[in-house]
Design a protein around this ligand. Structure first.
Ligand SMILES: N[C@@H](Cc1c[nH]c[nH+]1)C(=O)O
Length: 382
């Protein structure tokens, strides 16, 4: 006989997992709908991948989509390892490479749903987060980047978010420079990337070899225009007019149509959160929120025949917005006393009232959170 768990523990949830209660649960749904409506208005069609997949299908489609961060379970049905999705971009990539492989390109898809991580990070204790986003599959051009950044900004603005900052980065810059004008021994590439990501100038120099040549990149960080000038100076000093020059031109083109009320910054060597991204990446911040509320950029989707398809997209993580009241709508709650006119109540619901019907003479509308009660002539404020 197995012992029953003590009932006082049954309300406990695992660390990093929590319930959404009223009114945030509804606010979350509303915010997701508002954002996805904006994305759909730009031609992105919704897909709904499953919450869990075989581990290898989740990690096979994107280069270096980490397997370390997966919450796994053995599926008793297939006897195989399943993983809960930590990021829907990989799933959308799988859909694009399999069931929608023959769909016309560019293919525009959007999605929303919860994602789960093995561990929380320092900034956010939650392991489950709402993720929503859009992926533009078939190209990673400057035009695609411009569209993706524009749609992300518009979607957040439609949800009422102000004080938006977009921080551009160049995820594969070190690899590209190492293969060209700033050669590095293969074993130094990863440490140089890590030191630059951490803005660790001392650590970079201490690596020895040619690592110190990367030092000026640390300075090309901050407000967009000043940082771009520094990046241009680095490019001029290299005199190579190759990879860095083309990246600079691309960033300038992407930045150009962005409205003045959006703050732009540059952090060319930021890598954290951009594990599978290629030439372009961006983080989205909003005034008053710690850490990014979204991220995006270019990447490649692996097809079954070994072909790599370019793509561009963004994801938003709106939970912090919901915590502070975004998506909430002031509702008018109307108490329906015993014996009320059901048709009249139906008509009022049609006008946007939310009704709470008495089930019992003792029910107290005000105590149940109603702002009004229904009299014969119509709603009366409490
Ligand atoms: N899914 C990525 C962002 C992204 C979407 N598309 C491309 N990149 C993330 O959450 O970090």
């Amino acid at each position: 006989m197995t012992a029953k768990p003590a009932t006082h523990n049954l309300g406990l949830l695992p660390e990093g997992l929590s319930d959404r209660l009223p009114p945030q649960a509804e606010a979350s749904a509303r915010l997701v709908r508002d954002v996805l409506d904006t994305v759909a208005a730009h031609g992105y069609a919704r897909v709904m991948p499953p919450l869990a997949e075989f581990e290898e299908t989740l990690t096979a489609r994107l280069q270096s989509a980490g397997a370390e961060d997966l919450l796994r379970a053995i599926d008793p049905v297939s006897q195989r390892t399943l993983a809960l999705r930590p990021d829907m971009t990989a799933q959308v990539g799988r859909i694009a490479a399999t069931r929608l492989a023959k769909a016309i390109r560019p293919l525009r898809l959007c999605y929303a749903g919860p994602v789960l991580k093995l561990r929380a990070d320092q900034l956010r204790p939650e392991r489950e987060e709402m993720q929503l986003g859009a992926e533009l599959i078939g190209t990673d051009s400057v035009a695609a980047a411009t569209e993706v950044v524009t749609v992300a900004i518009e979607a957040l603005q439609a949800a009422g978010v102000e004080g938006i900052t977009i921080d551009f980065n160049l995820p594969d810059l070190v690899d590209q420079l190492a293969a060209g004008p700033l050669p590095l021994d293969a074993e130094l590439i990863a440490p140089v990337r890590a030191r630059l990501d951490a803005k660790d100038a001392g650590g970079l120099v201490a690596l020895g070899g040619k690592a110190a040549a990367y030092l000026p990149l640390i300075e090309a960080t901050g407000p967009f225009h000043a940082a771009m000038e520094r990046l241009e100076a680095i490019d001029a000093a290299l005199g190579d007019k190759g990879v860095l020059a083309s990246r600079i031109a691309a960033l300038r083109a992407i930045a150009k149509p962005i409205d003045w009320d959006i703050t732009l910054t540059l952090d060319p060597t930021e890598r954290h959160g951009f594990e599978y991204h290629s030439w372009f990446g961006f983080s989205i911040f909003a005034a008053g929120f710690v850490g990014e509320i979204g991220r995006g950029g270019s990447y490649a989707i692996m097809h079954g025949d070994g072909r790599e398809e370019p793509a561009m997209g963004f994801s938003l993580y709106p939970d912090p917005l919901i915590d502070v009241g975004f998506g909430r709508e002031a509702a008018r709650f109307l108490f329906l006393p015993p014996g009320h006119d059901a048709d009249q109540a139906k008509g009022l619901r049609g006008q946007g009232w939310r009704t709470v019907a008495a089930l019992d003479e003792a029910d107290d509308g005000r105590a149940l959170g109603c702002t009004h009660w229904l009299d014969v002539a119509g709603p009366v404020a409490y």
